[in-house]
Design a protein around this ligand. Structure first.
Ligand code: GLV
Length: 318
């Protein structure tokens, strides 16, 4: 009997190649309701999940004792309870390495758009309110030559730093541990978070969401930032206190923000929605055609490997 595999969302076709030969159920294009998800889990031996599904102990118990692997189609796996998985002997995998450049592109896109006021000025143009070129119209801070503070200098943070070098930016970073090789290669300088926040013109967040990084950037941290600073977040929403950020933007305590992730997706803090100095993308960081193909393929390869009794390419280390 082929092993039962549950794919929680419709994924790119490329992801189905490695799943050939298994008994595959695909749930839905939209995120499934919790009840539907738990019902569909029953008897699954492999689950290919995405960031919208909470894969916790309850889900694992609903699947039953046959569940061997949860292959998350994302590099972040804060939606998966890895302790519950370990207790049950379930392997968890993610998709690192294939989305770094693509996500860094979106971080840089948001950085440029927020600084140079693309969202706001485009809204004016589209609504027919653009009347003339103006010497002071839609001016924002330069990006080139400025200081970029990268919080979390992992693979994606480093890809952002490479882009910043092309813009002649000075790169400083904060990370749990020093990264001597990246310092050498990128000319990045380590700073304590406090000094980074006080001195950077741009701050881009690239940490995973953990208990330690929850609300890493809150009211106090925003207070330290420069009045012309721009904050970019393409990591996970809860790393930034969204209400505190909205207040800082309303009060003009920082210049602008570019966000791709939110605390309670798909909800966005209502104050942010009204702000002209917030550029808001709907969690599209890894969303290039090529990268989503690679993520689906890698997740499916990981899942298939475990069900065949082989080592998956990218297990998470917990
Ligand atoms: C997407 O958000 C990811 O973690 O890959």
């Amino acid at each position: 009997m082929p092993e039962k595999v549950l794919v929680t969302r419709e994924i790119p076709q490329a992801g189905f190649g490695p799943l050939e030969g298994f008994d595959v159920t695909v749930l839905s294009e939209a995120p499934p309701e919790r009840g539907e998800l738990l019902g569909a889990a029953r008897g699954a031996e492999g689950v290919l999940s995405t960031v919208t599904e909470k894969i916790d102990g309850e889900f694992m118990d609903a699947a039953g004792e046959g569940l061997k692997v949860v292959a998350n189609m994302a590099v972040g796996y804060d939606n998966v309870d890895v302790v519950a998985a370990r207790e049950r002997g379930i392997v968890v995998t993610n998709t690192p390495g294939v989305l770094d450049e693509t996500t860094a592109d979106v971080a840089f896109m948001l950085l440029l758009a927020a600084a140079r006021r693309l969202g706001e000025s485009e809204r004016v143009l589209r609504s027919g309110r653009w009347e003339w070129w103006g010497p002071k119209l839609f001016t924002g801070p330069d990006v080139w030559g400025k200081r970029l503070g990268i919080v979390g200098l992992g693979r994606i943070g480093q890809a952002v730093a490479r882009r910043a070098r092309g813009f002649g930016m000075e790169i400083v970073y904060h990370n749990r541990s020093r990264k001597p090789e990246a310092e050498e290669e990128l000319g990045a300088r380590y700073l304590e978070l406090d000094e980074l926040l006080r001195t950077a013109d741009f701050v881009s967040i690239h940490t995973p969401l953990t208990d330690e990084t929850h609300h890493l950037i809150g009211a106090e941290e925003l207070e330290k930032m420069r009045p012309r600073a721009v904050l970019v977040n393409t990591s996970r929403g809860p790393v930034v206190d969204e209400a505190a950020l909205a207040d800082a933007l309303v009060q003009g305590r920082i210049f602008a923000a570019g966000l791709d992730v939110y605390e309670e997706e798909p909800k966005v803090h209502p104050k942010l929605l009204d702000l002209e100095n917030a550029v808001l993308a709907p969690h599209i960081g890894s969303g290039s055609i090529e990268t989503r193909d690679k993520m689906a393929t890698l997740a499916a390869e990981n899942l298939a490997a475990v069900l065949r009794g082989e080592a998956p390419k990218t297990p998470i280390k917990s």
